[in-house]
Ligand binder design. Structure first.
Ligand SMILES: Nc1ncnc2c1ncn2[C@@H]1O[C@H](COP(=O)(O)OP(=O)(O)OP(=O)(O)O)[C@@H](O)[C@H]1O
Ligand SMILES: [Mg+2]
Length: 250
């Protein structure tokens, strides 16, 4: 397995780091059976890749062996946003049979954080997702790592998420604050449940920090720094207790 360097694996501002930290702790409470976790949302740009990468980074930083699997086979952004400048074969090469797992699995500067990037996009990955090779890949990763975090395309646009979700122990549903109607979130949740994918929790991403108080003081301090431009907090709700709160936000 080769080692790669990800130039943008930086710590986030305090308030965002804290929000991801709470998410990490809550994932720890889900029990030892939960290993394969898909990160999904209804539509593009809600923050799936951001949340998946940050939770993977923090989990690895506290010493929990974790792998981030880039399953956005159509329009992957992780290679760019994480700042990988080299060449590597990736997820679609493995699924197409032109690379082995050890060709695509990369160790990073995080002692406990490995990654599989998708380095060549494909137009129609459905046949790759339906293959036994994909199921085998996810199971093999779950046997090697405590957590497999899977970044996916949006559920409302393509059916990839349903296939990926059917092989996972559950999903974290990312909802970008103020962006989509509550009904759409409920429809996404229902679709996931229909394909047998349990919703482990809902992240309300890019939520406003509100005014005043400790939280916003720290948030304000870092507002507008480099890399992600502006940082926004995230809140995590367990599914079940989340729907009321989500409705209030809308
Ligand atoms: N909490 C946040 N604070 C600041 N920026 C964020 C936050 N979450 C996401 N972003 C930014 O918003 C943009 C979209 O996020 P991201 O690429 O993670 O969305 P996505 O849901 O994976 O999109 P796609 O469906 O296209 O894959 C990125 O530039 C990302 O850096
Ligand atoms: Mg993405």
């Amino acid at each position: 397995m080769k080692t790669i360097n990800l130039d943008n694996l930086l710590e986030l501002p305090y308030s965002v780091e804290e929000a991801v930290n709470r998410l990490r702790i809550n994932i720890g409470f889900l029990g030892s059976e939960v290993r394969k976790i898909m990160v999904i949302s209804s539509i593009p740009n809600e923050g799936k890749s951001f949340v998946a990468a940050q939770i993977w980074r923090q989990m690895a930083n506290v010493g929990t062996p974790s792998v981030l699997l880039d399953m956005d086979l159509r329009k992957s952004v992780l290679k760019g946003t994480l700042g990988f400048k080299g060449e590597s074969k990736g997820t679609s090469d493995y699924l197409a049979g032109s690379a082995t797992l050890d060709d695509v699995l990369c160790h990073t500067q995080l002692e406990n954080g490995d990654i599989i990037l998708n380095t060549s996009n494909v137009m129609n990955p459905s046949f790759l997702l339906d293959s036994k090779r994909f199921q085998g890949m996810v199971d093999e990763l779950a046997s090697r790592y405590r957590y497999v975090f899977i970044d996916t395309p949006p559920l409302d646009f393509v059916s990839d998420g349903e296939r990926i979700g059917s092989l996972c122990d559950g999903a974290i549903l990312v909802v970008r604050s103020g962006m989509i109607p509550a009904k759409m979130v409920r429809d996404t949740a229902a679709r996931l449940e229909r394909c047998g994918c349990r919703i482990l929790g809902v992240v309300l991403n890019r939520a406003s920090a509100g005014t005043g108080g400790y939280y916003s003081k720290h948030y304000g301090k870092y507002y507008g720094k480099k890399y992600y431009g502006k940082y926004y907090g995230s809140k995590y709700y367990y599914y079940g207790s989340s729907s009321k709160k989500k409705k209030k936000e809308k």
